[in-house]
Design a protein around this ligand. Structure first.
Ligand SMILES: Cc1cc2nc3c(=O)[nH]c(=O)nc-3n(C[C@H](O)[C@H](O)[C@H](O)COP(=O)(O)OP(=O)(O)OC[C@H]3O[C@@H](n4cnc5c(N)ncnc54)[C@H](O)[C@@H]3O)c2cc1C
Length: 468
């Protein structure tokens, strides 16, 4: 037996595969309910896409800490600890700059109503009706209306309003105008209730506190421990094989990508043909590119807002938004207050991206495309912070290939699957008793809040399965 396995038990109630926010939250809830839980993560750190990394010069970069809705406070208070919930604070300066408009907002219903009324001359009744419709949407509603149709109903001919309402959400969950309107309505309303929130202390402190809590609740944690297979015996879950070792368990929760869970970890032959037919049709969501820029120790930059949605595209366009020929970027600026006690600044630029645009390049093309990505990003940033190039002493880029490498997500999918994936994810235990999936799926369950909340839902289902 190799070293990593010497302290683990031969059998658990539940094995959780993957430590994204959904896997972490699910494992914590199950352990709190008294089940024995092992958490198996292939990467050497916990967190999944809630990732951070350090670089020389004192830099620390957050990968997906750009903003989430206020609901995360309640989720953390209820399913983690008050201390973890108390790390969450509001970001007040959300800025837009594109050929159609330029303004700074607190990104909540009140401020959006003011901007729509004063800036875009939309009658108040239309705005109210739109907000109420979006807020009242739920999973059991008619799912045939698209987001495009929703906007057309309330703001006909207003492509500027569509951009203001849609661009940030497209960044937050990869959705497009052709996705079901409920995927937009739920996520947009979550943000509009009270604006955009972040973690004071950074992802490292947040995930670190979660790790302490998991251990306190008795979860056995194994990192650098990829799961190769989920064992099915007699048509139900019997265990997992991780790094060549069999670990028996009555239930498995996979926090890996839904498609890899079905096709690779379990295997198509274990499911009914009618289920597989639907599972094969599940589309992955898009991936991302990022540029991480570290400001030299001792240098300062002025406040330019916390989140800056920039674009040079004439109108909102989902295809352009993901193109390798980048026209739109979101800059997240991390001032020293992000990590109290630090005097460092960093800036992360994010764009949505297509995996195929990056996966099939020659090594030479890949290198030059990455260079082009960093150079064009620095040029764009210069417009907002003149002279910033001279203050930056670390630049590095991530592409869809990077996201795939670190999370094993097929296609480097940043936000799981399109809407149809949610039903398939939820339907797994009906196909194979004891098999569960949690994590970014169906657009609605993605992002920090969506993933953590889906972890809670699935933990409740696993608990019912284990204690009927
Ligand atoms: C660039 C970028 C920016 C983002 N910005 C935001 C933002 O500002 N706000 C927001 O709310 N959301 C944001 N998101 C989305 C958010 O980060 C994710 O939706 C969320 O963190 C996903 O959590 P998850 O639980 O679904 O799983 P993931 O974080 O995807 O984790 C899955 C885990 O499973 C592990 N795993 C996979 N297969 C195996 C295996 N076989 N064995 C063991 N382990 C395995 C992986 O290593 C990984 O740790 C962003 C995402 C990206 C990529």
């Amino acid at each position: 037996m190799s070293d990593w396995a010497k302290d683990i038990k031969p059998e658990y109630d539940v094995a959780v595969i993957g430590s994204g926010l959904a896997g972490l939250t699910c494992a914590n809830m199950l352990a709190r309910s008294g089940h024995s839980v092992i958490l198996l993560e292939q990467h050497h750190k916990l967190g999944g896409l809630a990732a951070w990394f350090k670089r020389k010069g004192g830099h620390i970069f957050d990968v997906s800490l750009h903003g989430f809705p206020v609901g995360m406070i309640k989720t953390c208070r209820k399913y983690w600890t008050p201390e973890i919930a108390n790390m969450i604070v509001q970001l007040k300066g959300i800025r837009f700059d594109n050929p159609q408009f330029s303004f700074t907002t607190t990104f909540d219903r009140e401020d959006f109503t003011r901007i729509l009324q004063e800036g875009f001359k939309i009658p108040r009744e239309n705005i109210e009706a739109f907000f109420n419709t979006a807020r009242d949407m739920n999973f059991y509603d008619d799912q045939t209306m698209t987001t495009r149709e929703l906007f057309e109903k309330f703001f006909p001919g207003h492509d500027d309003v569509v951009r203001m309402l849609m661009e940030p959400i497209a960044y937050a969950n990869g959705s497009t105008l052709d996705d079901p309107a409920i995927t937009y309505g739920i996520v947009f309303s979550n943000f509009m209730s009270k604006g955009v929130y972040t973690v004071r202390g950074g992802t490292d402190k947040f995930i670190g506190a979660m790790e302490v809590e998991l251990k306190k609740n008795g979860v056995d944690i194994c990192t650098s421990c990829p799961v190769e297979r989920i064992i099915i015996e007699g048509k139900k879950v019997a265990g997992v094989v991780a790094k060549g070792k069999t670990i028996k368990c009555r239930a498995v929760v996979s926090n890996g990508n839904l498609k890899s869970t079905i096709h690779r970890l379990v295997g198509d032959g274990q499911f009914s043909e009618s289920f597989m037919e639907k599972a094969r049709k599940v589309r992955l969501n898009n991936s991302s590119c990022q540029v991480y820029m570290g400001i030299k120790k001792g240098e300062k930059i002025d406040y330019i807002g916390d989140l800056l949605f920039t674009s040079v595209a004439e109108k909102f366009d989902s295809v352009k938004l993901r193109s390798r020929n980048i026209t739109s970027r979101t800059f997240s600026v991390y001032y020293p207050e992000t990590r109290p006690g630090s005097d460092m600044y960093s800036i992360v630029s994010s764009t949505n991206a297509n995996y195929e645009d990056w996966a099939n390049l020659s090594e030479e093309e890949y290198r030059s495309s990455k260079k082009e990505l960093t150079e064009s990003t620095l040029d764009t940033l210069e417009k907002y912070i003149p002279g910033v190039r001279g203050k930056i002493d670390w630049v590095e880029a991530a592409t869809p290939k990077t996201f795939q490498r670190y999370t094993l997500h097929e296609g480097g999918a940043s936000f799981g699957t399109k809407f149809e994936g949610l039903k398939i994810s939820m339907g797994l235990p009906e196909e194979i008793p004891g098999l569960f999936h949690t994590g970014s799926v169906g657009i609605i369950m993605s992002g920090w809040l969506g993933a953590a909340n889906y972890g809670v839902i699935v933990a409740n289902n696993v608990d019912k399965f284990l204690t009927p």
